[in-house]
Design a protein. Structure first.
Length: 644
């Protein structure tokens, strides 16, 4: 059972077109399908000879932005899915695998092919992945919307428009940047026009002449024709303090920014995780800001040397040096900082990953998150369990193999001799051995303090707690620490005899011997109000539950924010609950998924399966040949896009 990941935010990068015009985009990545992003955009104008000439001639733009939603960050109106309807994905035209630009939003992305047409993929809840026909020269992604510049310099936007961010004005534009709920563009006369809203207020723009533009979560920055940086936006934004000097390229993270000066050195400013805010110069000199800030560290440790392009993520940043190699810095798991070898012409940074266009015009991506969650290992497996952003499976030789979340991605042991595995939020793992004993960990090497000594026949893990069915058919539950009490959590199990068990984040459900379902724990969304009837299987998600009735039909209850309780008709044999989606195997062995469609986790592959598991933003299944397959949007990239 997955955990609430309010993570995944980041930013973008932009490289100018062959006309030397910069663009920028922002790719939010946040909480499920509806959330406010926390990221920004980059910008650059490429001119001249040498490395910049190569970039200009390549006419390459890379824009990749992601965002993070923290609870209570001030969504515009009610940013739930009530204003949305799922839009079917359109079949994509054959891809050449060669791109001049790519930009990504929350669980979707679009790219410009070498012929100028668009290819989009990923979540399409608001039609953001339904690309329009025609030829485009630039793209910029917001949270759930996309804007592009056509060859006649008009702007077209599509996707979600909860704040008017897709209501593009008339006129001709040469550069565009999509922020959280706003979009800004530079017109042919070099003035800026913005539309949409920033922190609930209409987006505005300063007077003056500008050459490039980048949008952050609640602020926007632009480089003027005098090469000075100017920023504006919400008074709550931490990215408004600007360095002095002349600059050619810029990238903005959530609460920080980095820029390349005219002498091609990197300067970064903003906030760090010590609640400090300052401008960090090349020589290490720090100039404090005049306001209180919190959170991001990529502005620290900017490397020495000369760069021609830069991209800013959540807590990391990357740049392209004059020899076209990439260097990354900041904080986070090493996978996001370990850039791939080779030469590149454009760079983009997401929340915990980055992408770049190589000199052969293919796209390479690296980092933690998407690929780790969905990158199923090879070999035969007998069972699987998925949580927040990692998955574990039992191999045919009884070894346990986990992948995804960095703490578990190297976990591969022969010692457990497991009968069953259970994953819980955020990264809990319990193993039921064939001896009947249970052992749980919060991460490798960190065993729970309160694991019982009873013998069990089944185990399930939730958020900091687990439950098991003992050999006498009674249920026992326990927490991961002596400091947590089951009574305080409302998770004391019911008395009686049970045959099946499931654990959600804050509630659990079980099937009694008479095949009725009983649930306990949190009931804020009616997830513990089990329906009457007889069942053969039950599962628990974050705040919803589902069961298979004795006639093999499905019944779901609880939170229906993303239609996760709107179970399909038909007959089914097994099922699994993710954070806001559910998957089940029908009697014909195919997989059906429903609920939140973000990140492609509810879009299962064709074929026959014997087991299925659902995490927060990914799903996995065991095929009839006992090989694994996982799915999410990152596993279905178009031709020419690769994860390394």
């Amino acid at each position: 059972m997955p955990a609430p990941s309010r993570s995944d935010a980041a930013c973008s990068v932009a490289l100018g077109t062959a006309l030397g015009i910069a663009t920028a985009a922002r790719r939010p990545n946040g909480w499920e399908d509806d959330a406010m992003p926390r990221t920004s955009l980059p910008v650059v104008t490429i001119e001249g000879s040498g490395a910049r000439g190569i970039l200009r001639r390549a006419a390459v733009i890379v824009l990749l932005v992601a965002c993070l939603l923290g609870a209570g960050l001030g969504c515009i109106g009610n940013e739930g899915p009530s204003d949305a309807s799922t839009v079917p994905s359109r079949p994509s035209p054959p891809s050449t695998g060669k791109y001049t630009a790519v930009t990504a939003g929350r669980s979707f992305a679009c790219a410009i092919e070498t012929d100028g047409t668009l290819t989009c993929w990923g979540s399409n809840r608001y039609g953001q992945a339904s690309e329009p026909d025609g030829i485009f020269t630039a793209l910029s992604a917001g949270f759930y919307h996309m804007c592009g510049i056509r060859t006649d310099n008009t702007v077209e936007c599509w996707g979600r428009s909860s704040a008017g961010q897709t209501d593009a004005p008339e006129g001709s534009f040469v550069s565009i940047a999509a922020g959280e709920h706003h979009t800004c563009g530079i017109r042919i006369d070099k003035t800026i026009t913005c539309w949409g809203k920033i922190s609930g207020q209409p987006a505005t723009a300063p007077d003056g002449s500008f050459s490039s533009i980048a949008a952050g979560t609640s602020h926007t920055c632009a480089i003027g024709t005098d090469q000075a940086i100017q920023c504006w936006g919400s008074e709550f934004s931490y990215g408004l303090t600007m360095p002095m000097g002349e600059f050619t390229d810029m990238a903005s993270g959530h609460n920080y920014s980095c820029a390349i000066s005219t002498n091609r050195l990197v300067e970064c400013w903003g906030t760090n995780s010590d609640n400090e805010s300052y401008l960090v110069m090349e020589d290490g000199t720090r100039f404090p800001c005049t306001f209180t800030c919190k959170g991001y560290d990529a502005q620290e440790g900017a490397p020495e040397g000369i760069f021609v392009a830069i991209a800013a993520g959540d807590t990391h940043a990357c740049g392209i040096r004059t020899d076209h190699t990439i260097e990354c810095w900041g904080k986070g798991h090493s996978s996001r900082l370990n850039s791939p070898p080779g030469t590149f012409v454009a760079i983009a940074a997401g929340y915990s990953h980055s992408c770049a266009i190589a000199t052969d015009q293919s796209v390479l991506c690296w980092g933690s998150g998407y690929v780790g969650q969905a990158g199923a290992p090879k070999g035969e497996f007998s069972s699987i369990s998925a949580s927040y952003n990692f998955t574990c499976g039992i191999r045919a030789n009884n070894a346990i193999r986990c992948w995804g979340e960095s703490q578990w991605e190297e976990f591969d042991t022969l010692e457990a001799n497991p009968l069953e595995i259970a994953t819980g939020t955020p990264r809990n793992l319990c193993i039921l051995r064939d001896s009947g004993s249970v052992e749980c960990w919060s991460e490798p090497g960190q065993a729970w303090e309160t694991t019982p000594n009873d013998d069990f026949v089944e185990v399930a893990a939730g958020l900091a707690y687990a439950c098991g069915i003992r050999t006498d058919s009674a249920i026992a539950c326990w927490t991961n620490s002596h400091r947590l009490d089951l009574d305080d959590l409302g998770l004391q199990p019911p008395n009686g005899s049970f045959t099946a068990l499931a654990a959600g984040d804050h509630h659990a459900c079980a099937i009694r011997e008479d095949q009725s379902v009983e649930c306990w724990g949190s009931n804020e969304m009616d997830q513990a109000d089990a329906p009457k009837g007889t069942f053969i299987a039950v599962i628990a998600g974050h705040s919803h539950s589902c069961g298979i009735k004795t006639d093999n039909t499905l019944k779901c209850w609880g939170d229906d924010w993303y239609d996760q309780t709107d179970a399909p008709e038909g007959e089914f044999t097994s099922l699994a609950a993710g954070w806001y989606h559910t998957c089940a195997i029908s009697t014909d062995t195919t997989v059906a998924c429903w609920g939140s469609t973000g990140s492609g986790k509810a879009d299962p592959p064709e074929g026959s399966f014997i087991a299925v598991a659902a995490g927060e933003d990914h799903s996995c299944g065991i095929r009839t040949d006992r090989t694994l397959e996982c799915w999410m949007w990152a596993t279905r990239m178009p031709k020419g896009v690769h994860w390394v």
